[in-house]
Design a protein around this ligand. Structure first.
Ligand SMILES: [Zn+2]
Length: 110
């Protein structure tokens, strides 16, 4: 499962940044285009954090909207998928501005 290795990575990042202190809360930013299921992430977090400094920590997931920008008319718009064309001119020259993130935004330590 994709989410399991991602969560293990998150737990490792938090542990190495906590200075050996207990982590009580973690805020994750998850982009709409990252193929991550938030519920699966929560489930894996509970499993992965057992026996670590993150055991019992509160996990908050913030969804980042997927935004694209058209090369041809410079319009910025909400992407529903990677392959959306520009809604105002129909161009496929679209740059993804946000929506692919998966990162630790904040964490609280004891
Ligand atoms: Zn356009």
């Amino acid at each position: 499962m994709h989410e399991l290795s991602l969560t293990q990575g998150v737990v490792e990042i938090c542990e190495s940044n906590s200075g050996g202190r207990r982590v009580t809360a973690v805020v994750l930013e998850v982009g709409e285009l990252s193929s991550v299921v938030p519920e699966a992430l929560e489930f894996c977090f509970e499993a992965c954090s057992k026996g670590t400094l993150l055991e019992g920590a509160r996990l908050t997931i913030e969804r980042i909207p997927a935004m694209g920008k058209c090369h041809d008319c410079s319009k910025e718009f909400h992407l529903r998928s990677y392959y959306n064309s520009c809604p105002s001119c129909g161009s496929h020259q679209v740059t993804i501005k946000s929506g692919e993130e998966l990162r630790v935004k904040e964490m609280e330590v004891d």
